[in-house]
Write a protein that binds this ligand. Structure first.
Ligand code: ARG
Length: 601
């Protein structure tokens, strides 16, 4: 034990120790107790949860009942779950964390955390940084496959959802010290390129000399080429030959393909820049050369069968098999995804593959995940690593309850949405007289942060699997659970600190936090729950948990601020530090959600 503690101290000196979540810290304490109290029962994991009723405690340990079920009938000295709970309490190692424990019902152990410990933890975080609160996750390297639009096709609202949700998941995992490979699985391969290339040749005889032929909007280009493909048999034939030439690697075709991709990519990049999202493109074409090898591995396992001229994998419980080689000998979406999975597992050594697409693709993911399990690439138990997860999300609806579209019934352009959000915010700020108060740059930056933040937050706050209605008025309201309200709440806290005239950096070192008032204690306790919320959001891939938490924190703060005077009170120092801790936690939540905080309003 001595050795362990001295090692901990030395790491604390060199780099700041990551303490893990409160729940993880409590779990450790209770596991020690369980090992001491029940040495014969091996492998007990402590079950720690937030107390159902805050009147009884902050957390509870729920091991007694299941332990009793294991013990009874084995000649145990215990007489029921209550005494088991009592033994858990008696064997707890001494800790500053816990003020008291009590037993309720059939052996639940209610835990009240020590006020001083909460205060100290907050203060330590203010000095060491919120990174020391990062949760500890059982993964090292993950692939987050998100955004993934298709070349020459429109990047629709579904891709916006994928981009926003995927980016947030990546940010949460990165915060938790997991290495994240942010992958843009762009649809840049397939038979549509034949017609696109032939159309390019026809429309722009000089395309080779021109690095960016003015093909205008790619969607229009795609539509026109498709129309030609459907109506002109000669063109159709040429387009089909072009696919063969492209896939055979013929120089001229390769070059045209590269050029079309390049134009699309520039369009995508505009959206990513606006959203502040960074991705690394490894499109479908990247995996193409590896497909024969991956399929050979599946074939060796006897998984691939012949069916109606195609090569397929049968999946238990599914009527239709997964096609991996089409009748014409070509590869498809599934062969690419299986190969990409193989690559991610074997070449990139990732232990968690996360795919963010609309729920409509669930079947596709279930199918190729099952195939990979059959091949033994993935463990059969879904809880074990390496692991795959499909993060499905619902539709974005318009006011009419139908799929979200603009008046012209065209698919909504993402960039236009962001522009509109920003200009509406700017207008609201001007109406509040900010154009006179701020520089033009400040106005611009705030409008952008709030506008883009509002679009992201409106998406992320919903449980991702449900559909949601896109409504500018609602998402840009400064009341209720919106980014605008939360960003303003944060700015107000910053202004309280500024206006106090005290130097917060000094206070962090010299002052102390006390949580005497119940509303202070409540706020402090909930701030400390940050890490376990992030942990849960990562584990279940649910960013809305962070939104919910952020909103609750702002409510706790309002209650505290209404009932506790800050500036000019005897507790000014402590309360300013509590304001600062709230601002730090809120800012980190914004960061995880990809929202830029604002400091004044
Ligand atoms: N390009 C696809 C689409 O737009 C999404 C790709 C998702 N990723 C994957 N590995 N299948 O629907």
């Amino acid at each position: 034990a001595v050795e362990v503690s001295s090692r901990t101290i030395s790491t604390m000196e060199t780099e700041k120790e990551i303490v893990g979540s409160q729940k993880q810290q409590l779990a450790k304490l209770f596991e020690e107790s369980l090992r001491a109290a029940f040495p014969d029962v091996s492998d007990v994991q402590s079950l720690i949860a937030i107390c159902n009723d805050a009147k009884h405690g902050d957390y509870q340990c729920n091991n007694a009942m299941s332990l009793w079920n294991k013990l009874k009938g084995k000649g145990t000295q215990f007489k029921g779950p209550q005494p088991v709970g009592k033994a858990i309490i008696e064997n707890l190692p001494a800790s500053e964390m816990i003020e008291k424990c009590s037993i309720a019902g059939p052996g639940f152990v209610n835990i009240v955390l020590a006020r001083q410990w909460i205060a100290n933890s907050l203060q330590k975080m203010l000095i060491d940084g919120i990174e020391t609160w990062a949760p500890k996750l059982p993964v090292k390297r993950t692939v987050v496959d998100f955004s993934s639009p298709n070349i020459a096709k429109e990047m629709h609202v579904g891709h916006l959802r994928s981009t926003i949700i995927g980016d947030t998941l990546a940010r949460m995992l990165e915060f938790s010290n997991v290495e994240v490979l942010r992958r843009n699985h762009v649809g840049d391969w397939g038979t549509q390129f034949g017609m696109l290339i032939e159309f390019l040749f026809d429309q722009f005889p000089n395309w080779e000399a021109d690095s960016t032929p003015a093909i205008g909007d790619l969607e229009g280009f795609y539509k026109a080429s498709k129309q030609r493909f459907d109506s002109d048999t000669d063109f159709k034939e040429r387009a089909q030959k072009a696919v063969v030439s492209l896939q055979g690697g013929e120089e001229k075709y390769r070059k045209a393909w590269t050029q079309i991709c390049e134009i699309s990519r520039k369009e995508f990049q505009k959206v990513y820049e606006r959203l502040g999202v960074h991705l690394e493109e490894k499109g479908e074409s990247f995996y193409n050369p590896y497909i024969p090898k991956a399929l050979e591995l599946l074939n060796e396992k006897g998984l691939i069968e012949e069916s109606e001229g195609a090569r397929v994998i049968f999946i238990e419980g599914k009527k239709i098999p997964l096609i991996v080689v089409k009748r014409d000998g070509g590869f498809n979406y599934a062969s690419t995804d299986l190969t990409a999975l193989w690559y991610r597992l074997n070449e990139e050594k990732a232990d968690w593959m996360i795919y963010v697409t609309d729920v409509g693709q669930r079947e596709h993911f279930e199918m190729f995940f099952s195939a990979a399990k059959r091949a033994g690439w993935l463990p059969s138990n879904e809880k074990d690593y390496p692991k795959v997860s499909h993060v499905g999300f619902g539709l974005v609806l318009g006011e009419d309850g139908k799929r979200f579209r603009t008046r012209s019934t065209e698919v909504v352009k993402l960039v236009d949405l962001l522009d509109e959000a920003k200009s509406r915010c700017k207008l609201a700020l001007v109406e509040r007289g900010k154009a006179k108060e701020w520089t033009a740059e400040e106005l611009e930056q705030t409008a952008e942060a709030v506008g883009y933040g509002a679009v992201k937050y409106a998406d992320l706050k919903n449980n991702r699997s449900t559909n949601y209605t896109f409504n500018f008025d609602q998402m840009l309201s400064d009341k209720g659970n919106t980014a605008v309200y939360l960003l303003y709440a944060h700015a107000r806290i910053c202004s309280i600190i500024r206006k106090s005239g005290r130097d917060i950096q000094d206070l962090k070192k010299s002052g102390a936090i006390d949580l005497a008032h119940p509303d202070e204690r409540m706020l402090g306790l909930h701030l400390l729950q940050f890490a376990e919320i992030v942990e849960e959001a990562c584990t279940n891939l649910l960013p809305n948990l962070v939104c919910e938490y952020l909103y609750n924190i702002s409510e706790d703060f309002t209650r505290f601020y209404t009932n506790c005077q800050v500036v000019g009170s005897a507790e000014e120092t402590s309360r300013l530090l509590l304001c600062e801790a709230t601002a730090v936690v809120m800012r980190k939540c914004f960061h995880l959600l990809g929202i830029t905080p604002v400091y004044k309003i």
